[in-house]
Ligand binder design. Structure first.
Ligand SMILES: *Cc1c(COP(=O)(O)O)cnc(C)c1O
Length: 414
């Protein structure tokens, strides 16, 4: 049945095999025509509770009985209103306004536009954006511009805008804080955008909550807006609902998408503080936030988001996250003196380690080789370069994890 009209994402058609056809998903598992796969990366980090979580799927079915897409300018609907109110209840303090879009990238584009709009409407010309080395914020031109430059986006370099980059925080992150302090003092910085605690696509790189707190303090001191891109880290991945919760901070703008509907259906939201909203609130129509996407606030997606939020209220989610974190820690510990792996790290439910490889072009071959090995062992894992990581759905069992870690242990570099 596999034809050839589809152009797959992040796929080199010249070298990669025809992908297996998925026929069904359930819990932590993906069924294909060739057999079952354990979804060790939550289908690119979106599935939180598990595939086809019963209450979320029921909410989708129910919503579809009465609503489909309706224009969201000049009209509204209950699922969007209820979800927005519920989000502001669980979000870090002070985020009072919810703007809907449909993907992580669009939620970041919205955040950047809100930040620029804030300063423009405040009559301040600052427009520079500070970013963190190794960051990833999406694949659109704007989000690539604020992300790490490299092989994935070099082709589009002429179209990208300039940003100011902070070194990735090592240890206590003092170098990063000093670099940011110097930039912030210039009075040119509109916003700092960052992935709190874990840089996902950059290689599951982790830094301390104290650094995040330090960056927040500098933002406060020099009036720089903080944009927290919680698209990956949100909904429990780091062991708390939001990564920002570990540092006890609130950003001025927060982006959420992947786990917002439990991963069942696309939806994104950009949460803003009242100050950002008020800068756009005016009888002067030029201050309107002129942004929308066709499918903004899709009612079925909002109903799924609401069902997800209710699950977070009804289930002992903290126990679930703590349990998974403990299971990951036990298994990671076995790699402590494995000479093939190093830089073993964990943040909440996310576990990562680096395959020790000699430096050089060699590295490029190990990723696809590892992926094929894992597939052959019934596990879906997609190493980032030489970094192997597990970011499983929360319903994953100890036995499932043993299968995944066993596949990692049995890998032998070329
Ligand atoms: C995945 C991701 C995005 C982009 O989300 P899409 O839904 O793929 O557009 C943005 N930021 C972070 C931190 C991400 O992990």
């Amino acid at each position: 049945m596999t034809g050839n009209a589809v152009w797959y994402p992040f796929t080199q058609h010249a070298t990669e095999p025809v992908p297996p056809v998925v026929t069904r998903t359930e819990g932590a598992w993906i069924e294909t025509a060739q057999g079952r796969l354990l979804d060790g990366i939550s289908s690119w980090w979106v599935i939180t509770h598990g595939h086809r979580e019963a209450r979320i799927m029921a909410a989708i079915r129910d919503a579809a009985e009465t609503l489909d897409q309706v224009i969201f300018a000049g009209l509204t609907h209950e699922p969007a209103e209820q979800l927005a109110n519920a989000l502001t209840q669980v979000a870090p303090k002070g985020l009072t306004r919810v703007f809907y879009s449909d993907s992580g990238s669009t939620s970041v584009e919205v955040a950047l536009k809100m930040a620029l709009g804030y300063w423009r409407h405040a009559g301040d010309g600052r427009h520079r954006i500070a970013v963190m080395q190794h960051s990833y914020h999406g694949d659109t031109i704007g989000t690539m511009s604020v992300g790490e430059r490299g092989v994935f986006n070099a082709t589009y370099e002429p179209m990208m805008f300039a940003v100011d980059s902070l070194p990735f925080p090592e240890g206590d992150g003092q170098q990063t804080l000093d670099a940011f302090e110097a930039l912030a003092r210039s009075g040119q910085m509109a916003a700092l955008i960052l992935e709190p605690l874990v840089l996902g696509a950059g290689g599951m790189l982790m830094y301390r909550p104290a650094v995040l707190r330090g960056l927040r303090e500098i933002c406060d001191r020099h009036d720089v807006l903080m944009i927290a891109d919680e698209v990956m880290t949100g909904w429990g991945r780091t062991g708390r609902l939001w990564a920002c919760d570990h540092a006890g901070i609130a950003p001025d703008i927060l982006c959420t998408s992947k786990g917002l509907t439990g991963g069942a259906i696309p939806l994104a939201a950009t949460l803003a503080s009242e100050r950002i909203f008020q800068a756009h609130y005016s009888t002067d129509r030029t201050r309107t936030f002129y942004h929308s996407s066709s499918y903004t606030a899709n009612p079925i997606a909002c109903a799924a988001g609401l069902a997800n939020l209710r699950l977070w209220g009804d289930r002992p989610m903290q126990d679930v996250l703590d349990g998974l974190a403990a299971m990951q820690a036990q298994r990671l510990a076995r790699f402590a003196d494995n000479p093939r792996f190093g830089n073993i790290r964990q943040c909440g439910t996310i576990a990562a380690m680096d395959l020790n490889v000699p430096q050089g072009g060699y590295l490029a071959q190990e990723g696809p080789r590892m992926r094929a090995h894992f597939m052959a062992n019934g596990v879906l894992l997609r190493p980032l370069g030489n970094t192997v990581y597990l970011l499983p759905p929360y319903c994953v069992t100890a036995g499932d994890l043993d299968l995944a870690y066993g596949a990692i242990e049995s890998y032998r570099p070329a």
